[in-house]
Design a protein around this ligand. Structure first.
Ligand SMILES: [Zn+2]
Length: 284
């Protein structure tokens, strides 16, 4: 059992992936947490959206936090309710969408991406676990936004769940030269190989700490230190020992602790490496 972190524990931590709006929707006191973190020397991270039209609101919510960079995109869930199976409970994912609707939502998103000058296109990708919409609709969203990233000179943040072969294929065919992040890496050999060849960072989330994640911890050892990032994916995937409640960027500390142990590094040197990596990505 790990002891709770001292205030100094948060110094120089980066959380490369979290969803402020989804935390607010769960009634979490997000901004008090951000204030505590930044007072303790937190280095910042990336706020990820959930819908094609959430950028105006997110930009205004986060205007006082310049170290929280904003990403914009339509994730695979925006392909709409699965045409072959049940979807998760969240209401915003529960309606069917036509291709015409997706095209007009992409248009709205593209205008917002330009107007709000997002730092990254993400998260985008494929999710065959929930089978949102159908594979064609997921590909339409993923491929369109991969092309935008190249045109706009932006890095991408990739979501892959149970679709590793197709995800890797799209990365090879359409991925922007600047690369990006494979978020919440799930241990896929295919995605790892492609991502490392194409200059992507590999970001591990709180599931790295789970008892059943031996394979993921083994994969962590195979990621070069100069390609490693860590994240919470808040409010999801709360790490041990905080499981059972919604996740918050503060908990990224536990994922760092676990990774430092697996890699046999001091917490301070791991923090230094990850911070350096994050700065390199942001400078691309
Ligand atoms: Zn996410």
């Amino acid at each position: 059992m790990k002891s709770s972190p001292s205030p100094d524990a948060y110094r120089n931590l980066v959380d490369s992936h979290f969803h402020t709006q989804s935390m607010l929707q769960r009634g979490m006191d997000v901004f008090s947490a951000y204030d505590r973190l930044f007072n303790a020397g937190f280095a910042g991270g990336i706020d990820i959206g959930c819908t094609h039209d959430d950028l105006p609101q997110r930009a205004s919510l986060l205007k006082n936090y310049p170290a929280i960079l904003i990403a914009g995109a339509m994730g695979p869930w925006e392909a709409g309710k699965s045409e072959t199976q049940g979807s998760p409970e969240e209401a915003e994912f529960s309606t069917h969408k036509t291709t015409d609707q997706l095209l007009s939502e992409l248009e709205i998103l593209k205008n917002n991406i330009k107007e709000y000058k997002v730092a990254f296109i993400g998260e985008i990708g494929l999710d065959y676990y929930w089978n949102y919409g159908n594979p064609e609709k997921q590909h339409l969203l993923f491929e369109t936004q991969m092309k935008w990233a190249s045109q706009m000179g932006l890095c991408v943040l990739i979501h892959d769940r149970d679709a590793d072969g197709d995800t890797a294929e799209v990365i090879r065919r359409l991925g922007p030269d600047k690369g990006g992040i494979i978020h919440c890496f799930d241990g896929s050999e295919t995605v790892l190989k492609t991502a490392l060849e194409r200059n992507y960072y590999i970001s591990f989330a709180g599931n790295l700490t789970y008892k059943s994640s031996d394979n993921l911890r083994e994969m962590l050892k195979r990621v070069p230190l100069n390609r490693l990032l860590l994240e919470t994916d808040s409010p999801y995937l709360t790490p041990v020992p905080m499981r059972g409640r919604p996740n918050s960027p503060e908990n990224v500390f536990y994922t760092y602790s676990c990774a430092a142990e697996v890699l046999n590094l001091s917490l301070d040197s791991l923090k230094e490496r990850v911070l350096e990596n994050f700065k390199e990505l942001c400078s691309r």
